[in-house]
Design a protein around this ligand. Structure first.
Ligand SMILES: Nc1ncnc2c1ncn2[C@@H]1O[C@H](COP(=O)(O)OP(=O)(O)OP(=O)(O)O)[C@@H](O)[C@H]1O
Ligand SMILES: [Mg+2]
Length: 457
């Protein structure tokens, strides 16, 4: 039976060996505006799923031949966006429990009323829609925003900002600690802007020697200086029609800053050795992990350039301030690295996840990414537990609570980290800590870590 419904409310496949049941469900659901298909066995259902877009499968559990549980497994393994509603003909809780464990979202026990049916179907659809919205968002973030992951409020604001600024040509200043994703955001802006088909040119202002940076950025005329054997364009020429990303902008000299200011104001560059300016059409995105305003007050950064750059600012909060993202990023990187290394996806114990969530992540997402990569590759276990984590993190489990620790607790943690780094050798640790062994012993004892077994070390 195949009814082409008129409404776009959703597509339901009903699987039941009882003709009567199929007819009742078909009639009721069609009346409710759903497009309803019916089949009387699991093999037929599998075939139907392969050829027709379905949103919800309503299946009986007990059927001759292949049972409903097998169908749920099939749906769960092959279709991420299909909900399953189970009908059990006998009020056996175990059957329903098994079904739910296997992946059914809802179950109805015969004989249910029409209202119960509609309510269950509606719940299934609203779950489906919620999941799809998330998926669409995640898809959108991943693809359009070039792999930036984040569900925290802070990151949602960053996504909004990226979407807004990518429609403009304005200069953007991206601020944030090291490893928070500044370059990723700069790329996302470029690739979601009308300039996407033109180059994105990242320039690390901190890594180019002072005497070369001008010619690297603006190009030079032949013979202007030793080594200038040809007339050559600079990064601004390469980025024409596209975007230049001036990373670590605070590392430019004051004289370079004047030249950059001129480019921003006039959209013109002067090649080294040339008195004639050239028009360039380049969008500038700059990034810094230091506070430029502070540098301005210390006269280490030009105020006029700061205001020119700071037209639109996107601040990336440190990872420790977006707890919501930590677990999401872990799950993202675990899958990514497991796939890349063709390894099984490991699980994490609750304690390990707690330690990871509470750690203060000084290296932000880059640090998390590196740690997860190492764990996925190095860990022999299917379950990653606290002892598998780097020592520096393991000790933070003693205090939990991220940035809410007392000085005494931080001191103890640090002592334990140092001790761990020298394999428990107290003389060596005391030397590193700049205290004598006696003081170290006392401190450990006070914190409840006196360990006489290691006393000889
Ligand atoms: N939200 C995120 N989702 C996925 N990956 C991320 C995210 N943020 C950062 N990363 C990854 O972390 C690493 C560091 O990011 P990125 O280089 O953009 O940081 P940065 O702020 O420019 O750091 P630095 O100041 O040290 O240059 C990159 O590999 C990047 O892909
Ligand atoms: Mg960077």
């Amino acid at each position: 039976m195949n009814n082409k419904g008129i409404s776009e409310k959703g597509h339901i496949l009903v699987v039941d060996d009882s003709r009567d049941m199929l007819e009742v469900l078909h009639r009721n659901l069609t009346l409710q505006g759903y497009t309803t298909y019916t089949v009387s066995s699991v093999p037929e259902a599998v075939k139907m799923l392969g050829s027709t877009p379905i949103d919800l499968v309503i299946t009986d559990l007990k059927m001759p031949g292949v049972g409903g549980l097998e169908l749920i497994k099939h749906v769960r393994t092959n279709y991420k966006n299909i909900e399953v509603l189970v009908i059990t003909g006998y009020p056996s809780i175990q059957g329903a429990v098994d079904a739910v464990k296997t992946g059914a979202e809802e179950y109805l026990v015969k004989s249910f009323t029409d209202e119960e049916l509609y309510a269950a179907v509606e719940r299934a659809f609203s779950k489906l829609n919620m999941r799809r919205d998330n998926r669409v968002n995640l898809y959108f973030k991943k693809e359009t925003l070039q792999g930036i992951i984040g569900e925290s409020k802070a990151m949602q604001e960053v996504f909004d900002a990226i979407n807004k600024v990518s429609l403009t040509n304005a200069t953007v200043l991206i601020t944030g600690e090291s490893g928070t994703g500044k370059e990723l955001v700069a790329r996302a802006i470029h690739y979601s802007s009308p300039r996407a088909a033109y180059p994105f040119v990242p320039v690390n202002c901190g890594s180019i020697p002072e005497d070369l940076i001008e010619s690297e950025l603006f190009g030079h005329l032949k013979g202007t200086f030793t080594g200038a054997i040809d007339t050559r364009g600079g990064f601004f020429h390469t980025a024409d029609m596209g975007t230049i990303f001036l990373d670590e902008i605070s590392n430019t000299s004051l004289s370079m800053q004047i030249k950059l200011l001129r480019v921003l104001q006039d959209q013109e560059v002067y090649m080294v050795g040339s008195k004639k300016s050239q028009k360039v059409d380049v969008r500038v995105i700059a990034a810094t992990n230091v506070n430029l305003e502070k540098l301005v007050t210390k006269n280490e950064f030009r105020e006029d350039l700061f205001y020119r750059l700071n037209v639109l600012t996107i601040n990336l909060p440190p990872l420790r301030e977006r707890e919501d993202d930590i677990l999401l990023l872990i799950s993202h990187f675990v899958k990514k690295f497991a796939r890349e290394a063709s390894r099984p996806i490991p699980n994490f114990s609750d304690n390990a996840l707690r330690v990871l969530r509470d750690y203060h992540w000084p290296g932000n997402v880059r640090e998390l990414q590196n740690i997860i990569q190492r764990l996925v590759i190095m860990s022999e276990e299917k379950l990653i537990d606290v002892p598998d984590l780097p020592p520096i993190m393991r000790f933070s489990v003693l205090s939990g609570e991220g940035m809410k620790r007392t000085l005494a607790v931080v001191e103890t943690e640090y002592i334990l980290n140092v001790l761990a780094s020298v394999s428990g050798n107290k003389s060596h640790a005391a030397e590193i800590l700049g205290i004598d062994r006696k003081t170290l012993r006392e401190k450990l004892k006070k914190a409840g870590y006196s360990d006489t077994r290691n006393e000889e070390k």
